[in-house]
Design a protein. Sequence first.
Length: 196
Amino acid sequence: MSSARLGHRFFERYTPDVARDLLGRALVRMIGGERLSGEIVEVEAYRGDRDPASHAYAGRTPRNAVMFGEPGHAYVYLAYGFHHCLNLTTERSGAPGAVLVRAIEPVEGIREMMRNRRTRTLESLTNGPGKLTQALRIDRTLNGEDLATSPRLFVETGSPVRVVGITHRVGIRSGTRFNWRFSVEGNRFVSKGKPS
DNA sequence: ATAGCGATTGACT
DNA sequence: GTCAATCGCTATA
């Protein structure tokens, strides 16, 4: 069931390319020896330079420091005081970039995810950035986690990439001109919107 | 020291 | 469709 995990070389590339290539991969969260996992079906790319929507746009701060560090690490932040968002850092060390994981299709540990989310509805389990972190119990204690070596969080090769939908990013007020949201077309767990 | 503001979600009209 | 919840980060003083 397990396969090779993605290492830092995978992430050390142009962020939108990494984002697109992450579709179909298996995001794995280990808790107490149990695998919670899902196939990545929706992502967004955020770069530091020339991307006003990025947390790194105005430069390095304590919060976004991980985005400036090594590729292949987890960048986790709290949004709206409620929801944690999971990002995977990209680009070479020193260059800011990250991919926001917006939705996954649940595969392993679905019962546990439903307990974490207090829902019995499969469709609403992981179809949003705040939902999947709640289902996988991802919070800021995982900020900076090295995906290449972590026993708690990593990404596996997964299944081949399928038909990809490309649209503008959602939930932002600037940088909307970049079509840096990628999703598995037709997948029922994609959070919102439709590829144009 | 503190005001302003979200890379969202769920409940409600 | 609208809207409130809630808190840490950031900028400004």
